[in-house]
Write a protein that binds this ligand. Structure first.
Ligand SMILES: Cc1ncc(COP(=O)(O)O)c(C=O)c1O
Length: 395
C-alpha cells in the first residue's frame, strides 16, 4: 500500500498517513480489509515475534521466572503510560472480568449503600458481575437509552443517589459505538458519594484515555483490541487514594505485599494497586501485549485518534450517500473508532463482506465497522463499495 508516495491529492490529509507508516507491519492487509478491531486488533509482525520470543525462551531456559516478573512490570508501566498514570496505580489483570470482580469484592454492599448503577451499554461481564453481587445484598439499577440510542446525563442523575456504591459507565459501547461523557457522569456520581468505573476496552489505544481528566475512580480495559495484543491481559487503574481504602476479598498471591514471603498465615495485600493483581502473571499474553502497546505508543494515541477520526468522517459521509441508518452518533465527542450501521440481516451482511475479504462483525441488528491506526482511506472506500453492492441488507 503505497498511496502516500503516489497520491498527493489534497484529500489525503497528513493524519491519514499515520496508518500507512505501520500498515506494512500487519500481514493481514496483504489480502484483507480488516475493520474488526472492536473484536480483536490485527496481528503485527512484532507482536508475533514477541509471542515467539516467549516460546523460544521457554525452550532455551525453562522457567524464565525473573523475566516473567519483569514483563509483568513492563506491562504495568506500558498501561500506566497510556493512561497518563503511575505504575503503582495500575493492577495487571488477566481480564476486565477478573479486575472488576476483585473491585466489587472490596465493596461493602450489606448496608444502606448497596446499589450498583449500570448503563445499558456495559459489556455483559460488567452487568453479570453487578447482578452476581445481588447474592451479597446489592441492588442493580439499569440506566437505559432514549429511543435515539443516547443515554442523557439526566438518566444517570435519576438513577444515582445516596444509596449508590458504584456507577458503571463504559467509555464506548461495544454494541452501538456510543461514547459516554464519563467526566460528566462522574460528577453526578461523586456528588452522591458513589465510585465510578469506566470500562475503556473499546477506547484505549484508539482514543485518549487520560485518567487525570477522565473523572472515573477506576478504569479498566485490556490488550485484545486497540492495544494490538492477545487475550489474557488487562489492566485496572485506581485513583491513588482508593487503593488503600479498598480491600479486595477476591485476591491471589501476586496481590500480596511480598509475593516471595510465600506466607499462608495472613492476608496482607500490597500497598499499591497491585493488591488487585491475582495469581501467576499471564505470561504468554505479556509478551505480545507489551509489544502491541509499544507500537501504539510509538505512533501515539493522539495521532491515532486524529487519524481514525478522519477515516470515520469519510465513512459516515459515504454511509449518508448510501442512505444507510447509522446507529452511532455523528458528533466526534459521542463516538470512538466503532461505527454501527443498522442492517436488515447483519449476519448475512457480515458474510457478504467476508466474501469480498472485508472483515467486520455484528451485535444486535448492527454491522460493526471499526477503524484503527493501520486502516487507510482505501479501506473505507472498499467497505462503502461493498455496502453499496449489498444495499438491500441495509435498513
Ligand atoms: C467493553 C468491553 N469490556 C470488556 C470486554 C472483555 O472483557 P474480559 O476482558 O473480561 O473478557 C470487551 C470485549 O471483549 C469489551 O468490548
Amino acid at each position: 500500500m503505497d498511496r502516500a508516495e503516489t497520491d498527493t491529492s489534497a484529500d489525503l490529509t497528513p493524519d491519514l498517513t499515520a496508518g500507512l507508516s505501520v500498515r506494512d507491519e500487519f500481514a493481514i492487509f496483504e489480502h484483507t480489509t480488516y475493520a474488526n478491531s472492536c473484536s480483536q486488533g490485527a496481528l503485527a509482525n512484532r507482536v508475533r515475534a514477541a509471542a515467539e520470543e516467549w516460546l523460544a525462551g521457554w525452550d532455551e531456559n525453562g522457567a524464565e521466572w525473573e523475566f516473567w516478573v519483569e514483563r509483568n512490570e513492563a506491562a504495568r508501566a506500558a498501561f500506566a503510560g497510556l493512561l497518563h498514570a503511575e505504575p503503582d496505580d495500575v493492577a495487571v489483570t488477566t481480564s476486565v472480568s477478573q479486575g472488576v470482580s476483585a473491585l466489587v469484592s472490596a465493596l461493602d454492599l450489606s448496608g444502606e449503600r448497596n446499589r450498583i448503577v449500570i448503563s445499558e451499554y456495559e459489556f455483559p461481564t460488567v452487568g453479570q458481575i453487578a447482578h452476581a453481587q445481588e447474592l451479597r445484598g446489592a441492588e442493580v439499577v439499569h440506566v437505559r437509552p432514549e429511543p435515539d440510542g443516547r443515554i442523557p446525563l439526566e438518566r444517570f442523575a435519576d438513577a444515582v443517589d445516596e444509596r449508590t456504591a458504584l456507577v458503571c459507565c463504559t467509555a464506548v459501547s461495544f454494541r452501538s459505538g456510543h461514547r459516554h461523557d464519563v467526566s460528566a457522569i462522574a460528577d453526578v456520581a461523586h456528588a452522591q458519594g458513589a465510585l465510578v468505573l469506566a470500562d475503556s476496552y473499546q477506547a484505549i489505544g484508539a482514543v485518549e484515555v487520560d485518567v487525570r481528566t477522565l473523572g472515573a475512580d477506576v478504569v479498566t480495559g485490556g490488550t485484545v483490541k486497540y492495544l494490538l495484543g492477545s487475550a489474557g491481559l488487562g489492566f485496572m487503574w485506581l485513583r491513588p487514594e482508593l487503593r488503600t481504602e479498598l480491600l479486595p476479598t477476591q485476591t491471589g498471591w501476586f496481590a500480596d505485599e511480598d509475593i516471595f514471603a510465600m506466607s499462608i498465615a495472613d492476608y496482607s495485600p500490597h500497598a499499591t494497586a497491585r493488591r488487585f493483581d491475582s495469581g501467576t502473571p499471564p505470561v504468554p499474553s505479556l509478551y505480545p501485549g507489551v509489544a502491541g502497546m509499544e507500537l501504539v505508543a510509538e505512533v501515539g494515541v493522539p495521532a491515532i485518534e486524529e487519524h481514525v477520526g478522519a477515516l470515520v468522517a469519510l465513512l459516515l459521509a459515504g454511509l449518508d450517500e448510501l442512505g444507510a441508518t447509522v446507529a452511532t452518533p455523528r458528533a466526534p465527542a459521542e463516538h470512538g473508532p466503532l461505527i454501527c450501521v443498522v442492517s436488515t440481516d447483519p449476519s448475512a451482511l457480515v458474510d457478504a463482506l467476508a466474501a469480498e475479504r472485508i472483515v467486520t462483525s455484528t451485535r444486535d441488528s448492527n454491522l460493526r465497522i471499526s477503524l484503527h491506526l493501520y486502516n487507510v482511506e482505501e479501506d473505507v472506500e472498499r467497505i462503502l463499495a461493498a455496502l453499496a453492492a449489498n444495499r438491500t441488507l441495509l435498513a
